[in-house]
Design a protein around this ligand. Structure first.
Ligand SMILES: CC(C)(COP(=O)(O)OP(=O)(O)OC[C@H]1O[C@@H](n2cnc3c(N)ncnc32)[C@H](O)[C@@H]1OP(=O)(O)O)[C@@H](O)C(=O)NCCC(=O)NCCS
Length: 153
């Protein structure tokens, strides 16, 4: 379905019934996508998982793990047709306020150094690079490092 220009995106908890749409976007957005099981396990584990809809269409989603005073952002993705329209930033603000409400003081994430749009979004949200995990991600060929980023909440 194509983008609906006037439908204001809104964010709701991700549910099992959203997973087909989520996996469809995930496969378009990544060379090494999360599997259906990754998402269903996240929901079953009680992770903080969110779906953003516009006019009924699922356009973005995110999964975050909240542990004590730390939040770990595991996945934030916007459907390719909806990128650069503010949904990523909307989701990040939602994640920040959710994490703060749970008492988190800091948010962490890993990102591929080759992911320019992800890194640009995170920098825009105040994240700073705090480390590097060598050969963290599958890549073709071989493995790719992960940049570790964090922001105070
Ligand atoms: C990264 C991603 C979530 C950004 O979502 P988005 O909805 O396109 O981002 P927004 O429109 O809210 O952009 C917010 C800001 O992020 C930065 N940004 C986002 N995409 C960018 C790009 N392709 N190039 C440069 N900067 C970018 C900009 O600063 C932008 O502000 P601006 O549009 O005013 O310049 C989206 O590109 C995506 O889903 N990519 C594929 C999945 C992915 O890589 N997720 C991150 C995994 S770690």
């Amino acid at each position: 379905m194509s983008a609906v220009p006037n439908a204001q995106p809104r964010i709701e908890p991700m549910r099992m019934r959203d997973i087909d749409a989520v996996v469809g976007i995930e496969r378009n957005a990544y060379s090494f996508p999360w599997t259906r099981l990754n998402f269903s396990d996240s929901l079953a584990s009680g992770y903080s998982a969110w779906a953003c809809r516009s006019g009924g269409e699922l356009v973005a989603y995110a999964v975050m793990m909240l542990v004590l005073d730390e939040a770990h952002l595991l996945n934030v993705t916007v459907a390719p047709d909806w990128q650069r329209r503010g949904c990523g930033m909307l989701m990040m603000h939602h994640l920040f306020s959710t994490a703060r409400a749970h008492g988190a003081k800091r948010m962490f994430l890993e990102v591929r150094p080759s992911n320019e749009s992800g890194i640009a979004l995170y920098r825009r949200c105040g994240f700073e690079r705090i480390g590097l995990r060598r050969a963290y991600y599958p890549a073709s060929p071989g493995r790719e490092d992960a940049v570790v980023m964090a922001v105070d909440l």
